[in-house]
Ligand binder design. Structure first.
Ligand code: PEP
Length: 256
């Protein structure tokens, strides 16, 4: 029995037109749109937030964005703000995904600005952190995690921290088909929980959900979710098809 409600979040990345996205959320909602044992979240591309959000009306499934700019408005071509996301009744935003760190050179300091801006706008950030294979092989995993936590969460109050979700996503496991073993993931999740305890106190740390992300699929979800400090999943590839996403949600229900 989990003390924290499991969160299963789908990160669609740059996939699905609005029409395809609406179709997908309808399929997911038909199967798990009424249950409340597991919190379910879909994060479509920004242009599909409107259509996706409307298709989710009347269901228990929540809507999130994949990124945002820290400034409320202005000359930032191609970017979207927290307020624009909120306008579509989205409640979460993924921040600091490794693809944004790698391809768009996002730093911990910039990600931290976004975390603070999201909280100010009452959006719940899902802060992604994780080591590369080189860093793991060099035994630097926990140092990298500590640095990303310290940088990404600078200035966050204990009160606000309970609205933040952390996603541990080893970079070498994302989209590779090679997931971390449940033991490897649990070791890092326990480290994150301990870091949160030292920084924000036991009560806050016990409330924060720490998701695992990196090739989570129906076949490995149950074992990962059985770990004490794994409170859900951030799912890429397997969230693009209703069947596999729903199977992961069903595994989460069984683990709840
Ligand atoms: C992700 O991009 O957050 C992710 C975990 O992707 P995948 O499930 O495809 O590894």
């Amino acid at each position: 029995m989990k003390s924290r409600k499991i969160l299963i979040a789908g990160n669609w990345k740059m996939n699905k037109t609005t029409a395809e996205g609406v179709e997908l959320v309808k399929e997911i909602a038909a199967e798990v749109g009424k249950q409340s044992e597991v919190e379910v979240l879909v994060c479509p591309p920004a242009v599909a937030l409107d259509g996706g959000g409307k298709a989710l009306e009347g269901t228990s499934i929540k809507l999130g964005a994949q990124n945002m700019h820290p400034k409320p408005s202005g000359a930032f071509t191609g970017e979207i703000s927290a307020e624009m996301i909120r306008h579509h009744f989205a409640t979460y935003v993924i921040l600091g995904h490794s693809e944004r760190r790698t391809y768009f050179f996002e730093t911990d300091a910039f990600i931290n600005e976004k975390v603070l801006a999201a909280l100010k706008s009452l959006l719940r950030p899902i802060l992604c952190i994780g080591e590369t294979l080189e860093e793991r092989d060099a035994d630097k995993t926990l140092d990298v995690i500590r640095t990303q936590l310290e940088g990404g969460l600078a200035g966050v109050s204990a009160d606000d921290m309970t609205s933040v979700v952390i996603a541990y996503e080893p970079v070498w496991a994302i989209g590779t088909g090679r997931n971390a073993t449940p033991e490897q993931a649990q070791e890092v999740h326990a480290f994150i929980r301990k870091w949160l305890t030292d920084k924000f106190g036991e009560a806050v740390a016990q409330k924060v959900r720490i998701l695992y992300g990196g090739s989570m699929k129906p076949v490995n979800a149950a074992d990962l979710l059985a770990q004490e400090d794994i409170d859900g999943g951030l799912i890429g590839g397997a969230s693009l098809e209703a069947r596999s996403f729903v199977e992961i949600i069903n595994a989460a229900k069984a683990a709840s």
